[in-house]
Design a protein around this ligand. Structure first.
Ligand code: 13P
Ligand code: SF4
Length: 306
């Protein structure tokens, strides 16, 4: 391979441009391994939001999906936020439109709306508070006990939070197609193949998978659990990109994907080359109408403040 085409040379050109542009590169735990390796910060949705809010860089290159880059723009309006592939969307976020949410609210007058951050800025603007999978239980527990709560757009996370908190949430029927590909049969087969290995799953999985798991948490909570738990092997029930961090941080332990089909094609649209092009051409810039941004900011800010 020509040296200019190697990952090494792309990585060094990214580093050079990152300094010149005064940019920070944020990557979600589901990103490709080589993208995670060049990022300044890798984390779950909550940690990435916090990072986007506090960075003093002028440019944020967001290696994740559209709603994550939008959340960074909501929190840091003065910064240029770039998404290296504008087609990196999230099907779950697209399962709820503003019109549908307004109708849902109309049918439940007086209810509070909790929006999982996996939704558009328009939905965040209509919500009372946002949450991520890492803090959804705390967010729900912080709300007045006498108010009805609409939880959007993920029915699986909502179902898990409803059962964990005992609050009767009204759920929107959205879901993550990637996590819903994990089946009960996968758990049975993987437990038989790796006896004694703890099964760790994301709450975007269906209820039958969540009920069979030893640990349920956000991507960073799964990473922490695997690091702190004294076991030689783990079975991981979330998007397979997370295995990169797990293996890197715990070379003496082994990690097995619950299903190889849990591979999010949207997350994988971001490649090292696209990160480089993004910094070269300052593409694709995420912009938001200021009135909409301010309304969405309130919901995200309430979550971060909790
Ligand atoms: P977390 O990193 O917050 O667990 O996010 C899961 C997810 O599906 C992001 O798309
Ligand atoms: Fe959306 Fe699921 Fe992909 Fe996350 S893993 S971006 S929720 S489709």
């Amino acid at each position: 391979m020509h040296p200019m085409n190697s990952d090494q040379s792309i990585a060094s050109r990214i580093s050079e441009l990152r300094t010149r542009r005064r940019a920070v590169i944020l990557a979600h735990n589901y990103q490709r391994g080589d993208v995670q390796d060049i990022a300044d910060f890798v984390g779950d949705s909550l940690a990435l939001s916090r990072q986007a809010a506090k960075t003093d860089a002028e440019v944020i290159v967001f290696c994740g999906v559209h709603f994550m880059a939008e959340t960074a723009k909501i929190l840091s309006p003065g910064k240029t936020v770039l998404l290296p592939d504008i087609n990196a969307g999230c099907p779950m976020a697209n399962m709820l439109t503003r019109r549908e949410l307004l109708e849902f609210k109309r049918r439940h007058p007086g209810a509070l709306v909790v929006a999982y951050v996996n939704c558009s800025a328009e939905i965040k603007a209509e919500a009372d508070v946002c949450c991520t999978s890492a803090n959804a239980v705390n967010v729900i527990n912080s709300l007045p006990p006498d108010r009805e709560i609409l939880f959007v757009p993920d029915q699986s996370l909502g179902d898990w939070v409803r059962r964990t908190t005992g609050r009767p949430l009204v759920l929107w029927p959205g879901y993550c197609p990637t996590h819903h590909r994990i089946l009960r049969r996968d758990v049975e087969e993987m437990r038989a193949a790796h006896p004694g290995a703890p099964v760790c799953v994301h709450p975007e999985c269906t209820r039958d998978i969540v009920d069979l798991a030893d640990f349920v948490g956000s991507t960073s909570q799964i990473i922490r659990y695997c690091h702190e738990t004294d076991a030689p092997a783990f079975i991981i029930g979330t998007e397979v990109g997370i295995l990169h961090s797990l293996m890197k941080q715990n070379p003496a332990k082994s990690f097995h994907a619950l299903s190889p089909l849990a591979d999010c094609p949207n997350m994988k649209l971001i490649t090292l080359e696209k990160v480089l092009w993004s910094l070269e051409d300052m593409k694709y810039e995420i912009t938001l109408d200021e009135t909409l941004r301010l309304r969405a900011f309130q919901s995200v800010e309430r979550m971060i403040g909790l």
